[in-house]
Ligand binder design. Structure first.
Ligand code: NAG
Ligand code: NAG
Ligand code: NAG
Ligand code: NAG
Ligand code: NAG
Ligand code: NAG
Ligand code: NAG
Ligand code: NAG
Ligand code: NAG
Ligand code: NAG
Ligand code: NAG
Ligand code: NAG
Length: 355
């Protein structure tokens, strides 16, 4: 069911609500802001569930301090909310423990764990599903996956926290392939699919993906590799652990990173640019977009494809036929397979890549 704000209904709710109390709690700040009347209605009118316990938490400073990214009325236009579990998750994703005024967010990415810990959405090793509060001069955006909301009114201060009004509803990030598609990484997604690597990468928890952009796939440099080798090349772009840009900014010397393909690449930060060099030193890539959150980690977009040791040095030999269950798709679980050269029909993989 889609809904629109009814100013009249919301006003009626407010007038009769026990919430309309004096004071300066988060609840007072939200209910007192006419641009947050849809949010107020959702919290209080019961249509999508009973949120009285959340309202209590937010009205009493003995329950801690919270930062709320509060969607404005127009932010809810076209947003589909069907039931209370849905809304509970969405609201948790807008809530951060502690009071974080905008002055606490540094220029660039700020990766902040939200209160969303429901295991349907949370495949992070610790903390809740994060948002990326990205600051660029006076513009503050809250990124969720490839999408973002603008902060339209920051620092509405309450006795137990702060409310930042945003112009879109934040949705918990999605899986790797869906997020990558939204980020315009069509060829990377095709490559994952054509090598049956999609499920394997989605099942991982707490990973960093250096995803080559479409331009990186446009050369025919990959045409000499078979599907198994291509899967290994993709695995070379996946790293166990959460390396947000904020983890890498302080690097003073090149860092060796172990990948899911077994072999390493080097990551170097200098002069504001992040450079990756593969093990042979033949290929370098630059990070061109950072910190796109997925439900299990983070994607950084790079402008070239790196080649791991096994593929840089070896030419396919013939043979072991492998099934998809023990095969390429499981590369992300077992690295051994990368050493097995497999004779397979490779054209379909590359046909997909060249789209
Ligand atoms: C409660 O508020 C929501 C959001 O404004 C609205 O869609 C719904 O119709 C309201 N329900 C009632 C009973 O007023
Ligand atoms: C706030 O919460 C505390 C502890 O739960 C309770 O004792 C107190 O009465 C509450 N205050 C208000 C104004 O609800
Ligand atoms: C909430 O913030 C206030 C003011 O910064 C502080 O005094 C208080 O200790 C905080 N409460 C909790 C539970 O962290
Ligand atoms: C709640 O809504 C979500 C998403 O629309 C749906 O997947 C889920 O099955 C619904 N749950 C209930 C209890 O209706
Ligand atoms: C987690 O979210 C899913 C999907 O919205 C829902 O079905 C489930 O009830 C939620 N679990 C808890 C503990 O809220
Ligand atoms: C955040 O999550 C914790 C643990 O589930 C819960 O106790 C707390 O009430 C939540 N806070 C808010 C504001 O939703
Ligand atoms: C919203 O954010 C985008 C992306 O940072 C920016 O280009 C745009 O100017 C912002 N809009 C407003 C109204 O601040
Ligand atoms: C994924 O690859 C399979 C072949 O393995 C193909 O049938 C399917 O259409 C592809 N899906 C997408 C979304 O490209
Ligand atoms: C991918 O999986 C499908 C279905 O399990 C299988 O038919 C196909 O051969 C596999 N492709 C590769 C490249 O392993
Ligand atoms: C992403 O991959 C999963 C398999 O892990 C699949 O179920 C889903 O449909 C894919 N999403 C898109 C947008 O292709
Ligand atoms: C990156 O920093 C976050 C805290 O900001 C930390 O949780 C995470 O473990 C760090 N990642 C690595 C790979 O050290
Ligand atoms: C990077 O250095 C800055 C300034 O020295 C410091 O505030 C920040 O915590 C450091 N970040 C990490 C991830 O170590």
């Amino acid at each position: 069911m889609y809904f629109k704000t009814s100013a009249v209904a919301a006003a009626a709710v407010l007038a009769t609500s026990a919430l309309a109390q004096s004071g300066n709690s988060l609840v007072d700040v939200i209910t007192g802001n006419s641009d947050l009347s849809t949010l107020t209605a959702l919290l209080t009118n019961g249509t999508f569930g009973n949120f009285s316990s959340l309202v209590n938490t937010l009205s009493n400073s003995t329950n801690g301090n919270w930062t709320i990214f509060a969607p404005s009325n127009s932010a809810f236009d076209g947003v589909q909310i069907t039931n209370s579990t849905d809304l509970t998750s969405i609201l948790s994703y807008h809530t951060i423990n502690g009071s974080h005024p905008s002055s606490q967010f540094k220029d660039g990415s700020n990766i902040v764990a939200t209160n969303l810990t429901n295991s349907t959405y949370d495949h992070f090793p610790s903390g809740g599903v994060p948002v990326n509060v990205k600051v660029s001069g006076s513009v503050v955006n809250v990124y969720y996956g490839a999408n973002y909301a603008n902060v339209t009114s920051a620092d509405n201060t309450a006795s137990n926290g702060v409310v930042h009004v945003i112009n879109a509803v934040l949705m918990p990030p999605s899986d790797v392939n869906s997020t990558a598609l939204q980020a315009g990484l069509d060829k990377f997604v095709n490559a994952l699919n054509s090598t049956n690597s999609t499920e394997g990468i989605n099942k991982k928890s707490g990973i960093t993906i250096f995803a080559p952009n479409d331009g990186a796939f446009s050369s025919d440099a990959l045409s000499k590799y078979n599907s198994s080798q291509l899967a290994n090349i993709l695995a070379y772009h996946v790293v166990e652990g959460l390396y947000y840009s904020t983890n890498l900014t302080n690097l003073t010397s090149p860092m060796n990173i172990t990948t899911e393909a077994g072999s390493n690449f080097t990551l170097d930060v200098s002069g504001g640019s992040v450079k990756l060099t593969d093990v042979s030193g033949n290929e370098t890539a630059h990070v061109i977009k950072t910190d796109i959150l997925t439900d299990n980690g983070v994607i950084h977009i790079i402008d070239a494809i790196l080649i791991p040791a096994q593929n840089a040095s070896s030419v396919p030999t013939n043979n072991t036929n492998i099934t998809s269950s023990s095969g390429v798709g499981s590369l992300f679980e077992s690295r051994e397979i990368s050493r097995i050269a497999v004779a397979m029909t490779v054209m379909s993989a590359f046909a997909a890549l060249m789209l």
